[in-house]
Structures are given as C-alpha cells and as structure tokens.
Design a protein around this ligand. Structure first.
Ligand code: PLP
Length: 377
C-alpha cells in the first residue's frame, strides 16, 4: 500500500507508538487518584504538557488536552455564545469543525461574517479590515488549509484584529500546521490555537487547545475538575504522552522533513510534466504547506482517478477526507472560484515523511496510465 493522504491522517511514528503501548501497559492509573500509580499518571500528564508547551512556545498552564481538533475548534466557537462577543468572523475555507459550529451559533441569532479568499485560497485581508470596527469579536482563521495547503498570514491578520480591539479573540485552527511548521504562539500573537495528534504522526482521539494566559474561557465539557477545571473527563494518559512524543520528534526535524517532502513534490510534478499530463495545481502561487498538492487534471474525473489509484493500492483523496461522505463540491475550491470542471477533476495528494521516491514513481505512473486510458475511451 502506498499512502498519499497524510492531510487526512498520518501513520504513527515509532516514538509515538512505543509511548502509547508502554504507558497503556504500565500506567493505567487514574491521574486524579492519590496513590502511587495515580500520582505517576499525573506526573506523565504534566511532563507531556511541558513538552507540548515547549514545542509551540507556550506555558504549560496554557495547554488544555481535548479529544481531537474538532473538539478544540468547537470549544473555541462555543465561547461566542456569550454576550461578550458582538460577532464571529471566520474565513469561508475553514474546516467543517469551525463552519458547522458557527452555523449553530447563527441559528441561535449570533451574527457570523465569512471572509472570502482569493483564487490562491488566501484570506482577503482588505475585506477583513473593512469588516472590523471597534467591537469585541471572535475571529477564527485557519493556519494552513487542509485541502490546498494554503498558508494564511496569521501574524498579520491577528495584529489587525487586536489593533482594532485588544479584547477581541483571535483563534487559529492549526491542525494541519502543528508538527509540520515551526510555531511560536507568542510570536504569532494568537489567543487560541487548535491541534490534533493524528495529523503529526501521533494517535487518533487526542488533541489540544492552546489558550493564552489571561484569556477567559468557559468549559465546553463539564464534570470533574480535570484540565484546570475547564475540560472534564478522565485524562487519556497514554494518548496524551504519545501525542507529546510525536510532536517532540516531528519538531526536532521540521526543516529537514519539509525539504525532503518538497523534493518529492517537485519530482511528482516534473514527472507529470515530462509525460505531457495537463494539470493545474489549485492555489499555485500561494505559500503552501509542503506536501499538500490539490491538482485538477484535464479531462480526468477525480472520483474515477481515486478509484483507479485505489485498485493499485495507492491512497489519495478528493476534497477533504473528513468530508468524503459528503458529495457536495468542495467548499474550499468553490470559494477559490474554481470551475465545476476543475473541481470534478481534482484530487488531493498529501505527501508525508514516510513517502519515498519509489512511491512517487508509482503514483505518477498510475496517473499517466489512467490518463492514457481516458484518452483512448
Ligand atoms: N481542522 C482541520 C484544518 C483539519 O484538517 C481537521 C481534520 O481533517 C480538523 C480540524 C479536525 O481534526 P480531528 O480529525 O482531530 O477532529
């Protein structure tokens, strides 16, 4: 099997898997229990919190463990139920974890503003600027887009929002960025940031939310006093530790991994060029996350190509995988102004650190063969 769907999820790293198994095996104590194995679980959670905080330039008390990126995003948007925030502002290309949450708020009467993107999938800063007045607002703009890889100018956008009202909250969904791009939350200036372990070679079902010290936040899940009394539920100690180990490992080689993935990416496109495939990289020209290539191949049918590749045991996706049940055209490509043909003929190839040049050869060969067969038919 050749896996090119790393934006959907990633295989676990050896370090993450070892941590998951060892802690699950030996440290089953409840981190709230007062006896030895409980205290040891508590210590492991503390260590993991420190590792994660260190990886993103935060303080340990600013890291809150959640069950996934979706929960982190939902938690953030739920804050806007309060009268404190006049409006919620999001980009039109956010993940559904944000978009569905704001729709819910909207149905309860909250004003939601959607900021459009340009043809490169970059948020229209001029429109955000026009939208802002001195009201206190909650803004959520993703760091890197999961369908196109477009990297938003978060520091600039965040500065703009805080300039208008320092009490406004700026959240970034960094689920595609954490563990792949160097992140320093203090340098970015964000108030909140969401992350999910399975996107950076950690386990599924665990994520975190960074909340800047001083930002008041209401609980989303109520119950016991875990996570400083703000996110109840017995801690998944093994997954938390495994997530920390995955992030630590990815962070230690971020630049080398990115450069390696860029080489594979270039190789793929040059192979398609050499074989005369007519394609367009959606969002080309923008600063894009290494490894996410959303391409429309002339005369291809995205779903047909996905199935043809699947027959050869090669995994890619159309639209976003979290959304593959949904047959609606991609809201991201639509927001970028792609034509129906471009959308129908698009696939997302997402390269990860375990892919090889041989994988790229196999993928490009299959695309060429699919294309040749299409021409004959
Ligand atoms: N945000 C973005 C940008 C994503 O890509 C995803 C998953 O694809 C999510 C949020 C949801 O994360 P999770 O799968 O951990 O709920």
């Amino acid at each position: 099997m050749i896996y090119f769907d790393n934006a959907a999820t990633t295989p676990m790293s050896e370090a993450a898997l070892t941590a998951l198994i060892e802690v699950s095996n030996k440290q089953y104590g409840n981190a709230s229990s007062l006896y030895k194995i409980g205290r040891e679980s508590k210590r492991i959670v503390k260590e993991a919190r420190e590792i994660i905080a260190n990886c993103i330039g935060a303080k340990p008390n600013e890291i809150f463990f959640t069950s996934c990126g979706t929960e982190s995003d939902n938690w953030v948007i739920s804050q806007a139920e309060s009268e404190l925030y006049e409006r919620v502002i999001v980009s039109s290309v956010e993940h559904h974890a944000i978009l569905k949450s704001v729709e819910k708020l909207q149905s309860k009467g909250k004003k939601v503003i959607y900021i459009p993107v340009n043809e490169e999938c970059i948020v229209r800063k001029d429109i955000l600027c026009e939208t802002l007045d001195n009201d206190r607002v909650l803004v959520s703009i993703m760091f890197q887009n999961n369908e196109t890889g477009a990297v938003q100018p978060i520091r600039e956008l965040c500065e703009l929002v805080h300039k208008k009202n320092p009490e406004s909250i700026f959240h970034t969904d960094a689920v595609q960025a954490v563990g792949h791009t160097k992140i320093d939350v203090k340098d970015l200036g964000v108030d909140m940031l969401s992350a999910s372990a399975h996107k950076f070679n950690g386990p599924k079902g665990i994520g975190f939310l960074y909340v800047r010290e001083g930002v008041e936040i209401q609980p989303f899940i109520c119950g016991g006093g875990q996570e400083f009394g703000l996110r109840a539920g017995t801690e998944n100690v093994a997954a938390i530790y495994s997530m920390a180990k995955a992030l630590e490992e990815n962070n230690s080689s971020i630049n080398a991994t990115r450069d390696y993935i860029r080489v594979l990416e270039k190789k793929l496109l040059s192979k398609l060029d050499a074989r005369g495939i007519s394609y367009k990289v959606n969002g080309e020209g923008a600063n894009r996350k290494a490894g996410i290539i959303n391409i429309s191949i002339a005369e291809a049918d995205g779903e047909g190509l996905l199935n043809a590749l699947d027959l050869k045991d090669i995994c890619v996706s159309i639209g976003s995988a979290c959304n593959s049940e949904n047959k609606e055209p991609s809201h991201v490509l639509t927001a970028m102004g792609c034509t129906e043909d471009q959308i129908d003929s698009s696939i997302r190839i997402s390269i990860g650190k375990y892919n090889t040049l041989k994988d790229i050869e196999a993928l490009s060969e299959c695309i060429v063969r699919y294309n040749d067969a299409k021409k004959i038919n």
